[in-house]
Design a protein around this ligand. Structure first.
Ligand SMILES: [Zn+2]
Ligand SMILES: [Zn+2]
Length: 358
C-alpha cells in the first residue's frame, strides 16, 4: 500500500494546513467528474486525507502504518473492566471541504446530498501483561455504548410508521438565518434542530428508543491482542463503536495498549534484553550457562576471556514482528559479579592468584 504522506506529496512533519492545501489541490486535479480525472487516484487521496487530517488517526498511522487501520474486528486485546469513555472524532467533515466539492455536487444550493452521520468512535486504554504482549492473548472487555434499536431496526420510527420530510427545514436538514452586519447581511445555515440535520423524521417516533434508533447497552466484546504489540499501540475494532443515528453506520473502537513492564526482560523494539550475572571464574575460564527466555530456558556458551557487559545474541528468541513473520533477538547481557563475602579458603586462593599477578 502506498504511503499516505507520499499520496498527498507532503513530508511526515507537514502541518494540518499543509495537508489540507495539498489535498485541495490534488482533489481538484483528479476529481473524477473533471476532464482527465482519475477515480482511483481520487479515492486514494480521500483515504489519505481522512487519516492525516485527523490528529488521532494520524498519530496511529505514524506509529503503525496501514496496520493501524487494517486490523478490523479481528484485532484485539486484554484488559481490566474499567469501562470506557466516548469521544467524537470529526469524521471527514464535508462542510469544511464544501468549496472543493461544491463545484461538483452542488452543495449549498441545489439538491441536498444525504448527510449520514456515522456513530461516535469510542476509545479505551488496556493494560496488558508483558507475556501477553509477546505471544498474544484473547480478552473480554465490557463496553458501554449505543446499539441499533431492534424494535425499529434503527429507523427511529414505530414499525409501519412512515418517515416524512421535516416540515421545519423542508428536507434540507439546514435552517438559514440572516445576520445584519456592518458589511451587509450574512446568511448562515445551521443544522435543523427538529430533525437534527436529517431532513426527514418519523411520523410516529419509536416507543422503544424514543427517536434516533439507538439504545444504550453494556456489551462484552472479545478482543484479540496480536503477538508483538507495542506499548502505546492501538487496536481498531471496526464498526463496534456507538451506533449511528437513524440507521447510519456505527463508529469504531480504538484501544490503546499499555504494557506492564517486566522484572526480567527489557524490550528494545523487537529485541529483548536480559541481564545475566556470571562469576569472575566463568568470565575468565568460560562456561555454559542457562538463560531464561520468555518461552523457556536456553543454554549459552560463555567463551573464555569474556569481558564484563558482553552481549550474546540469541537469534529469533525476541518479540514477534507484527507486520511479518519471525521474531527479534534475545540479547544476553553479562554482568560479572564481585563477591562481597568469601570463605577463608577462597581468600587464600585469591591471594595466590594475586601473587601470580592475576
Ligand atoms: Zn429539519
Ligand atoms: Zn427504536
Amino acid at each position: 500500500m502506498k504511503d499516505y504522506y507520499d499520496i498527498l506529496g507532503v513530508s511526515k512533519t507537514a502541518s494540518d494546513d499543509e495537508i489540507k492545501k495539498a489535498f485541495r489541490k490534488l482533489a481538484h486535479q483528479h476529481h473524477p467528474d473533471k476532464k482527465g480525472g482519475d477515480e482511483a487516484k481520487f479515492k486514494e487521496l480521500n483515504e489519505a486525507y481522512q487519516v492525516l487530517s485527523d490528529s488521532q488517526k494520524r498519530a496511529q498511522y505514524d506509529q503503525f502504518g496501514h496496520a493501524a487501520f487494517s486490523q478490523g474486528g479481528a484485532a484485539g486485546s486484554a484488559w481490566g473492566n474499567t469501562g470506557g469513555y466516548g469521544f467524537n472524532t470529526a469524521d471527514f467533515d464535508m462542510g469544511d471541504l464544501g468549496d472543493i466539492f461544491g463545484d461538483f455536487f452542488g452543495f449549498g444550493g441545489g439538491r441536498r446530498k444525504e448527510h449520514v452521520a456515522k456513530g461516535e468512535d469510542l476509545a479505551f486504554e488496556m493494560i496488558v501483561d508483558f507475556n501477553d504482549s509477546l505471544f498474544g492473548a484473547k480478552r473480554e472487555i465490557s463496553v458501554a455504548r449505543t446499539v441499533s434499536c431492534g424494535h425499529c431496526q434503527g429507523r427511529g420510527a414505530e414499525p409501519g410508521s412512515p418517515i416524512e420530510t421535516c416540515a421545519r427545514c423542508q428536507g434540507s436538514g439546514q435552517v438559514m438565518s440572516i445576520h445584519r452586519t456592518l458589511i451587509g447581511n450574512i446568511q448562515t445555515s445551521t443544522k435543523c434542530p427538529d430533525c437534527k440535520g436529517q431532513g426527514r423524521k418519523p411520523k410516529h417516533v419509536c416507543r422503544t428508543c424514543n427517536g434516533p434508533g439507538v439504545l444504550k447497552e453494556r456489551s462484552t466484546l472479545e478482543v484479540n491482542i496480536p503477538p508483538g504489540i507495542s506499548d502505546g499501540g492501538t487496536l481498531r475494532l471496526g464498526g463496534q463503536g456507538n451506533a449511528g443515528l437513524y440507521g447510519a453506520p456505527a463508529g469504531d473502537i480504538y484501544i490503546t495498549i499499555r504494557i506492564r513492564p517486566d522484572k526480567i526482560f527489557a524490550r528494545h523494539g523487537n529485541d529483548l534484553v536480559v541481564r545475566v550475572p556470571i562469576s569472575f571464574t566463568q568470565a575468565v575460564l568460560g562456561d555454559t550457562i542457562t538463560v531464561s527466555a520468555p518461552d523457556g530456558a536456553y543454554e549459552v556458551q560463555i567463551p573464555a576471556g569474556t569481558a564484563n557487559g558482553t552481549m550474546f545474541r540469541l537469534r529469533g528468541l525476541g518479540v514477534p514482528y507484527t507486520n511479518r513473520s519471525g521474531r527479534g533477538d534475545l540479547l544476553v547481557h553479562t554482568d560479572i559479579i564481585v563477591p562481597k563475602h568469601i570463605s577463608r579458603q577462597q581468600r587464600a586462593l585469591l591471594e595466590q592468584l594475586r601473587d601470580e599477578k592475576l
